[in-house]
Write a protein that binds this ligand. Structure first.
Ligand code: FES
Ligand SMILES: [Fe+2]
Length: 352
């Protein structure tokens, strides 16, 4: 059913092969310590763990012996130990030791589990389930030059598809309605004109839009104007589920929002929102984290209510107007890259 790009062959996979050929975030770096970490990516249970040198590794979370979740086990040096009968696996996924045998290190070659490419960047662990990546990660020099303060917010686990979570992050029209006084001004709801340029798998667009003055509860932005403040937002939407957003207010103060959504299951996503700033370096992280908990909480109830749960990639399924240019281009570009899928249509056909 799938070309060889998949390193595993889920008989009931809900996703196109192209998604397996993209890097996806699976955890914040700080979530993976000296214990195995369980997660799900594209409907597959994964275990993430670190060898003695700190390098992260990703494997199918399923012991070949009796199907136990390896994430229930523990790490010993450079090996992952199953919690049921103590079989050991190295970072390549090969079993190295079966304690029940008289010769425990003589191991059948079939005793191995699928491993996936895994790397760490921007304070996140990334996994690739296919053989070779189609796209590189976005470049965020502000996160690596040591001059910007970086704050991790979330993660935000929603009962919605990653496509809906990403699209919400990039939607301007809802700010005055869902986040009045925090991100938008209900007296100025008009979406300014903007155009979207699609270059390969990246959508580029810039918008100068009205925003609310800084709230008393969360002084997180650098807009000093209290009357009709405006914000310049320069977006890069990297298909399928990653956004780099740079904010400015006309001066040297700037902010970078890096948002990436993990497609866990068809209707479950986990968003990582990493914020960099070159001002207010002393402000405790808890201020931005509290602000984003509020914003994402306001969005969650809206997005989880959307039907179908996945973005409908057929433009005829919704009503798009000119100010929805980003949504329209996102659907078109996902389709052009083979990253779109239509489970709600399968369900209608009874073919799930
Ligand atoms: S189930 Fe893992 S060692 Fe037996
Ligand atoms: Fe929002």
């Amino acid at each position: 059913m799938y070309a060889s790009g998949w390193l595993y062959s889920p008989t009931m996979s809900a996703f196109p092969e192209a998604l397996a050929l993209c890097w996806h975030p699976v955890a914040y770096s700080h979530e993976v310590t000296d214990k195995p970490f369980a997660t799900t990516l594209l409907e597959e249970a994964l275990v993430i763990w670190r060898s003695a040198d700190g390098a992260p590794h990703a494997m199918k979370d399923l012991c070949i012996h009796r199907g136990t979740a390896l994430s229930l086990g523990w790490v010993s040096g450079d090996e992952l130990v199953c919690g049921y009968h103590g079989w050991r696996y190295n970072a390549e996924g090969a079993c190295t030791l079966i304690p029940q045998k008289a010769n425990p290190t003589v191991v059948p070659t079939k005793a191995r589990i699928q491993r996936y490419a895994c790397m760490e960047r921007y304070g996140l662990i990334w996994v690739l389930m296919g053989e070779a990546p189609r796209y590189a990660l976005p470049e965020i020099p502000e996160f690596e030059n040591g001059e910007w303060k970086i704050v991790n917010t979330g993660p935000f686990t929603w009962a919605s598809d990653a496509s809906r979570q990403v699209e919400n992050f990039t939607d301007f029209g809802h700010f005055p309605w869902v986040h009045p006084g925090l991100l938008g001004d209900v007296a100025r709801p008009v979406v300014p004109e903007h155009s979207v340029e699609v270059r390969g798998h990246v959508l580029h667009y810039t918008v100068v839009r009205p925003e609310a003055p800084n709230s008393d509860d969360f002084k997180v932005f650098a807009n000093e104007q209290t009357v009709k403040p405006e914000r310049r937002s320069r977006y890069e939407l990297h298909l399928p589920y990653t956004i780099a957003l740079r904010l400015g207010w006309g001066g040297v103060k700037g902010m970078v929002y890096f948002f990436a959504s993990q497609p866990m299951r068809r209707n479950q996503s986990r968003g990582y929102c990493i914020i960099g700033r070159n001002y207010d370096l002393e402000q405790p992280d808890s201020v931005l984290q509290g602000f984003e908990d509020t914003i994402f909480g306001q969005d969650q109830r809206i997005v989880e209510s959307q039907r179908p749960e996945q973005v409908p990639f057929d433009l005829a399924d919704e009503l798009h107007l000119t100010f929805d240019a980003v949504a329209v281009n996102y659907r078109r570009a996902m389709h052009a890259q083979g990253l779109d899928y239509y489970p709600h249509l399968d369900e209608q056909d009874g073919a799930v």
